[in-house]
Ligand binder design. Sequence first.
Ligand SMILES: Cc1cc2nc3c(=O)[nH]c(=O)nc-3n(C[C@H](O)[C@H](O)[C@H](O)COP(=O)(O)OP(=O)(O)OC[C@H]3O[C@@H](n4cnc5c(N)ncnc54)[C@H](O)[C@@H]3O)c2cc1C
Ligand code: SF4
Length: 489
Amino acid sequence: MGKPRGFLEIRRSKNDYRPIEERVHDYHEFELPLPDDKLREQAARCMDCGIPFCHQGCPLGNLIPDWNDLVLTGRWEDASQALHATNNFPEVTGRVCPAPCEASCVLNLETIPNADASGDAGRHPPGAVTIKQIERQIADRAFDDERVRPQRAPIRTGRKVAVIGSGPAGLAAAQQLARKGHDVTVFEKDDRIGGLLRYGIPDFKMEKGLLDRRLDQLRAEGVSFRTGVHVGQAVTGPQLRAQFDAIVLTGGALVPRDLPVEGRALKGVHFAMEFLVQQNRRVAGDVIPEQESILATGKHVVILGGGDTGSDCVGTSHRHGAASVTSFELMPRPPEHRVPQNPWPEWPFVYRTSSSHEEGGVREFGVMTKRLLGDPDGNLRALEAVRVGLENGKLVEQPGSAFEIPCDLLLLAMGFTGSPRAGLLEQLGVEMDARTNVKADDFATSVEGVFAAGDMRRGQSLVVWAIAEGRKAAERVHAYLATASARVA
Ligand SMILES: Cc1cc2nc3c(=O)[nH]c(=O)nc-3n(C[C@H](O)[C@H](O)[C@H](O)COP(=O)(O)OP(=O)(O)OC[C@H]3O[C@@H](n4cnc5c(N)ncnc54)[C@H](O)[C@@H]3O)c2cc1C
Ligand code: SF4
């Protein structure tokens, strides 16, 4: 254990964010690292509990008390090894993970409002060890000190695996399988590798250079990447089955939920991902043709949906220089603190404020869009809505609550409804579940030699879950390849 009684003597202290007035003018990351002495002090707060609930909170089962102690005692190389033993991309989760580990930290057992030394209660569990920050800084330091080296397999098996989709699930599966000596090819329909790490999550949350340096490690370990190949179109599922011993489906769950109301076809209504992908491309140096460009500059922006996607639209709209940014969420505002039915160490369903929300704009809950209003040229000009409340589990309109707000850019960020069946999944003949995800209990689909992981299996989720699923699927594939029936064709 680190420092006995450290948790009693030292208060939680979060790292700083760049000032809002500065960060809204660029796309660089908003979070700043903690100085080393402060980070070690924070690591000293870990109690090394008999039963570390943070392990269960983290879908990867990260060895959190171990690396907290190694940071406290300055053993950075060992800390990096302990961290990488369970997590392929800690520099990513250390930035974008909502940190369910912190929610289940024993120091978070008692929630004390405003107990956070940095005054950011509500944004993070007030008492928990700053696990995510420590994770990020171990990973960053490992890269800075050139300790992240390729782990090449000592023996090649000659077995060939195709991974379809290069998000965190596909990349984690590919890396694990390459390290077992298999020949892994990742197919990606986009022009760059990374899935939502590349084209969903904005640079202000995670700069893409981090992804590129990690991809260099995968390449050096023998993973091949083929971009611009839409499997199901450019090459069919059966063709791949004939060429590879196993296939891992990690294509994500990117079918967006639509808004079937009057006015949906007006100019100025877009899915959030159309907007976010474009901005990620601009930051990467691509030029978006003017007629296709979706910009919030000078516009009254309304965002429907309050999750990560909605929040990323808020932050991007601020950076574009929107005239106003309003977020509407259909469901009522969550409570400030845990309710008794949602006890520790469960993930707390409470009101949260993201860095993008802190940057400005209006957030309203319990708002249902009724219709969209346009001008004579077919451009969106306003949104008409009503207020709703929950009664006996049903959303009920409040009489006389109808209102209209000016809106010339509407971004739909209301979640995703699974994976498209047409194309690859149909060609392979894999079974789907009731939520239009690929059915793959224990990661094996209904078709021999075909596996699935990440959002494509569990529905739109989190990066940490995608990595965890990619790793588990790789274990299953490796075991399958050891069997006599491993030839798929
Ligand atoms: C805007 C946004 C912000 C988010 N922010 C966060 C966050 O801050 N923290 C967090 O933890 N999670 C966040 N998430 C969720 C997280 O990004 C996903 O859960 C995660 O990326 C899923 O990983 P995946 O590998 O399963 O799929 P994806 O990342 O979706 O990758 C799937 C890839 O497969 C490719 N593909 C699909 N079909 C084919 C095909 N037929 N042939 C070839 N390639 C194909 C796609 O082009 C894509 O590149 C966010 C999601 C969105 C949409
Ligand atoms: S990956 Fe997420 S849940 Fe796991 S230790 Fe890191 S921040 Fe916590």
